[in-house]
Design a protein around this ligand. Structure first.
Ligand SMILES: [Zn+2]
Ligand SMILES: [Zn+2]
Ligand SMILES: [Zn+2]
Length: 325
C-alpha cells in the first residue's frame, strides 16, 4: 500500500516532458550523460546541502530547494575533453533540521552498466520510503529518484463525509449517523448511566448528521512529519475529534449521558491528520480544529449554531487536510 501511494504521488508531481527535453538538449556533446529527476513526494522541503561528483561535471545544477510535491531536473555529464571517463556523482539533501539526509547517486561509467541509488541517513530515516531507476545507454540517460513518506497521506477506502448542517467531518459507513448539534430537541430517548444501566425517558435528542458532498478519507497508521496525532472517531456523535486536553477542556460532545459530562468517547483507529500541507495532490484544505468542541470542521461553510458548545465553531491557526476518495 505504501508503494502504491508513492508511485501514485510521483506521477502527479513528476516534471513536465519539455523540462526533461530542455536539460537533455544541453547534454548533446558529452560522451556520457545523465538526466537526473528528483521527485519530492514528501510533505517536507528537500534542501540541497552538497554534492560529490567523482567523475564529470554538472551541465545543469540541482535546485537549492525542492518544494513538497514537486520535482527537479538537472544534468550531469562526463568531463569535456576527458578520455574514457563517465559521469558519477551524489547530491545530498537535508530532509529536516535534525540531520536526516537523503543522498541520490548515479553512475554512468565509460564502460559497464549504469546505476542509481538512494541512501537515507539520520534520526528520521525510518519515516521515508524511496526508489530509484536508471536505464541503460550512454547519452542522456534518464535517472529517476522518488522520495516519499511511509505514512499515507490518504485513506484509500473510507466512509467519512461532511455534515451539511454542522460542517463537521463524521463517519458514515451506513449514510446518516451520529448526533448533529443544531438539531437538539426534546424527545423519547434511551438514557444510559455510567454504570451501564439504562432507562427510556423524555430528554434531549439529536437528529443524525446530514451527508453532503464527497466521500472523504483520513489516514492512520505510520507517523510522519506534518501529521497531527491524537485524532479519534467519537462513538456517540460519530465526528472526528481531537482526543486531548487544551486549556483544561476535552471538548464538547453533543450527545451526553445524564449524570455525565458531554465528552466524546473514542473508538476505531488513531488517525494521523496531515496539517499545513498546502500543495499535496488529492487533498482537501480548509479543515480546522474547533477549540470549543474539539471536532474537525470545514471552515468556509461554517454557520451559526454548528458547534456543540454553542454558536459557531472557533478555529485555531492550523489548516488540516483530508483526502478526497
Ligand atoms: Zn452534523
Ligand atoms: Zn462526540
Ligand atoms: Zn465547535
Amino acid at each position: 500500500m505504501v508503494d502504491i501511494d508513492l508511485e501514485d504521488l510521483a506521477k502527479q508531481v513528476q516534471a513536465a516532458r519539455d523540462i526533461i527535453d530542455d536539460v537533455s538538449a544541453l547534454l548533446e556533446d558529452a560522451a556520457r550523460s545523465v538526466v537526473v529527476e528528483v521527485i519530492n513526494a514528501t510533505t517536507c522541503k528537500l534542501r540541497y546541502v552538497g554534492r560529490d561528483i567523482s567523475h564529470g561535471a554538472f551541465e545543469v545544477l540541482p535546485a537549492a530547494v525542492i518544494e513538497p510535491f514537486s520535482s527537479n531536473v538537472f544534468g550531469a555529464r562526463s568531463a569535456s575533453g576527458g578520455i574514457a571517463t563517465g559521469t558519477e556523482g551524489i547530491v545530498r539533501y537535508a530532509m529536516d533540521d535534525v540531520g536526516t539526509e537523503c543522498r541520490v547517486r548515479w553512475d554512468n561509467p565509460f564502460s559497464g552498466g549504469n546505476e542509481a541509488e538512494v541512501f537515507m541517513g539520520g534520526p528520521n530515516r525510518e519515516l521515508y520510503s524511496y526508489n530509484s531507476a536508471i536505464t541503460g545507454g550512454n547519452k542522456k540517460v534518464p535517472a529517476r529518484f522518488i522520495i516519499g513518506e511511509k505514512a499515507l497521506l490518504r485513506e484509500p477506502e473510507s466512509a467519512w463525509i461532511t455534515c451539511g448542517r454542522c460542517k463537521a467531518l463524521y463517519h458514515a459507513p451506513g449514510g446518516s449517523q451520529g448526533a448533529c448539534p443544531p438539531t437538539k430537541h426534546t424527545g423519547q430517548t434511551t438514557i444510559t448511566f455510567d454504570d451501564g444501566t439504562w432507562i427510556s425517558a423524555t430528554g434531549d435528542v439529536w437528529d443524525p448528521h446530514q451527508p453532503s458532498g464527497w466521500i472523504l478519507g483520513v489516514p492512520y497508521g505510520q507517523y510522519a512529519l506534518h501529521r497531527s496525532e491524537g485524532w479519534r472517531r467519537c462513538q456517540r456523535c460519530k465526528m472526528l475529534y481531537w482526543d486531548g486536553v487544551l486549556n483544561g477542556s476535552r471538548g464538547v460532545c453533543p450527545s451526553g449521558y445524564i449524570n455525565s459530562a458531554h465528552l466524546h468517547v473514542a473508538e476505531g483507529h488513531a488517525y494521523l491528520l496531515p496539517y499545513d500541507v498546502r500543495t499535496a495532490p488529492g487533498l482537501q484544505n480548509d479543515w480546522r480544529f474547533c477549540e470549543k468542541c474539539f471536532v474537525l470542521f470545514f471552515e468556509p461553510h461554517d454557520v451559526d449554531n454548528s458547534c456543540a458548545a454553542g454558536g459557531k465553531h472557533r478555529a485555531t491557526a492550523h489548516k488540516f487536510q483530508v483526502n478526497i476518495v
